[in-house]
Structure formats: C-alpha cells, structure tokens
Design a protein around this ligand. Sequence first.
Ligand code: PLP
Length: 409
Amino acid sequence: MTKVNEQFLKLPNNYLFADIAKKVNAFKVTHPKTEVITLGIGDVTRPLCPAVIEAMHKATDEMAVQSSFRGYGPEHGYDFLRYAILKNDFAPRGIHFDLDEIFVNDGAKSDTGNIQELISRDNVIGVTDPIYPVYIDSNVMAGRAGEMTDGGWSNVVYMPCTAANGFVPQIPLDRQMDVIYLCYPNNPTGTVITKEELKKWVDYALQTDTLIFYDAAYEAYINDPDIPHSIYEIKGAKKCAIEFHSYSKTAGFTGVRCGYTVVPKEVTASTMNGDRIQLNALWNRRQCTKFNGTSYISQRAAEAIYSPEGKKQVRETINYYMANARLMLSTLRKLGYQAFGGENAPYIWMQTPSGTDSWKFFQDLLYGAHVVCTPGAGFGPSGEGYVRFTAFGSHDHTEEALHRIEKWS
Ligand SMILES: *Cc1c(COP(=O)(O)O)cnc(C)c1O
C-alpha cells in the first residue's frame, strides 16, 4: 500500500496566489468589461535588458554548433558565472569566498525551500512574521512545523514585525531556536535591516549555535548606503549563515530562472554525538544528487548583467520600478494611509484602515477600485491588518491604480 506523506495534508489547501487568482477571476466573470489592475503578485513586468538578450542569443547559437554545444553542466554552476559573482557581488564589499562556496541554481525559491533538508527534523525554526511562505511551508512538508493553530504552527517561533515595533524583529528570550530565516529587504513588508540590527542576529547565532538562512533576493533594490546587501558584511556571519540570491527581481529573470546560494565552508552543524559537520559538503552532496544544473543559456544571461552595459541597463529597470514605489508611497500617505517599505524594496506594506480584515480589504479594493493587492494575512499571523502592493507594474498602470484608489477612498 502506498502511504502518502501526511505532512502535506496539514498545509492550507491553496498557495496564496492561487487563492487570489480565483477571487480575481470570479470578479472578472461578473464584470467582463472592467479592466482590473494587478499590484498583487510579486512578478516583474519589464522585458530583459539588451545585454542579457544578446548573451542569450549568443549562447543559443553556440548550442547549434557541434564544437561549442554543451550538455550537462556542473551541478554547482559554470565557473564563468561563479567568478563573476565573487568579483561583483562580494569582492567590492570586502567579502571573499572560494569558488566552491557558490552554488548556482535555478532561482532562490528552490534553494530556500530545499535547504531545510540539511537539518534534522527536530530543529526548531524561527521566522520573522509576516514572511515569504516558502520557508514555513517547506518545513511543514518535512514534518518540522508541528500543528496549525490560531497563532500559526506550533513548532515555529514567530517574531512579529509590525508598525508597533517599527518592523524590527525582537530576539525572543523565552524560546530556543535552532534555525532562523531572515529576508532583507523584506518580502512582504518592503522594510530593511540596519547593520546594527543584523549584527545582533549574527552575534545571537554565534552565541547560541543557531544557523541563519538569509534571503537577499531584493538586495539590488537597496538605495540607502548604510543598509547591508549581504549578511557577510557582518563579522562572524561566515560561521553561521547561508545566503540566497536571485536574478529574478534583480534582472527580471522570473521566467529565465537563475540565482545562487552561498554556503561558506565555515558553517557547520552538530551531529547527535556532537561532531561538527560542514554544511557546504552536505549541500554539494545534495545538489549533485538532486539537481542537474541551470541551463547554460540562463547562466550566460546571468553573467551578462555583470558587464558594464548589463549593470547600467539592470539599474535602469530597477530605477523604473522604484519610481513606482516612490509614487505609491507618497500617494497612499497623502490619502491618509499608513504605508511602509518602498524605499529600499519594490513593495509597499499598507495598514488597512481601522484594522479591516486583510481579505476583506482586498475584496473591497477589487470591487470598489478594480485594483488587486495581496492580503497580508497570507504571509503569516502578523500580516493581518495589512496589504501588500508591488511596484512591479508599468508607470501607467501604477498611476491609474493610485488614481482609482484616490477616487474610491
Ligand atoms: C521572489 C523571491 C525569491 C526568488 O524566487 P526565484 O525562485 O529566484 O524566482 C526568493 N525569495 C523571496 C523572498 C522572493 O520574494
């Protein structure tokens, strides 16, 4: 008899964005003539930049010729891309890694979801709340999250980030954690962490033998020169942190698929006997077994964003989105809403007026202004009472959406 992994049955039935799509479709069916503007899902809309397109064409042509055709690539990525990562993303910040501490992947969702395979099932995980749902759901599937209760999963430590604490997570003193997920700039709140605050987490991790999974998918959106782009800017982080990067938001690669994970050799975890095991070796073993590399064409595309033209073009696209973010932030505030984020991240996190339930606000906004946002409750218990808007729309759509919200408010 085949027995199912019942951990999956504990998960909420739908992925958040499938739920939203269903509700938006229901609206469209009853209002076929109304044009809906989506500021909901975190997907980019601008096309790939010319430097990337050129590199992809060139790589495709190579695949057409016997002498330059490539089959399976290295599981951990081609050296040309790993060198470009070391040279451009880390060396200028005074951070040095060996080539084999960089693992190229097909995007950060896979690795942020898969990394938990390296840790024992009885580890307790901690998350800032609200948070990208992948971290928790992947631990639920692995049987590590316990049971769903009103306040969230019983074995997960939630660290609330709300307007009341300025979105600065407090280290809980009453509950022990073994692994902590941090995401900065944050999805969904669009807020960032200062070096001083991040240092507290690194110091805590070192003192308590805790591992940090640091998701830096939005680091390219940081404007403020004092905000860290990588956790390795903090002394000691190489001993306690694994970091995830993605070209999805940086360079519009959501449909291309490429990113990378940094697993420093100094990061270790303990066996039952107290021996320390290098996670870099385990991750390498895991990837060689379960992953066969990202396509050559995608990796050449990623390499191209580090060329002088690539850098300039990618920056133009980020500036385009950030102009949307600025407009959204100032307009929503002018209308009297409490809005956060949007300065170093492509997300605006907005408090619903007088504590309206976030799904109700989502529905009201859809039916009243024909604008789609994401209900904050979908990102965790502390997301209730908030909604997320993305800056990934076109200027025209963003302006029009704000105009509609103004009329409706
Ligand atoms: C979009 C996103 C990712 C990246 O996903 P990809 O798989 O690289 O497309 C990772 N983490 C967060 C928090 C995200 O929002």
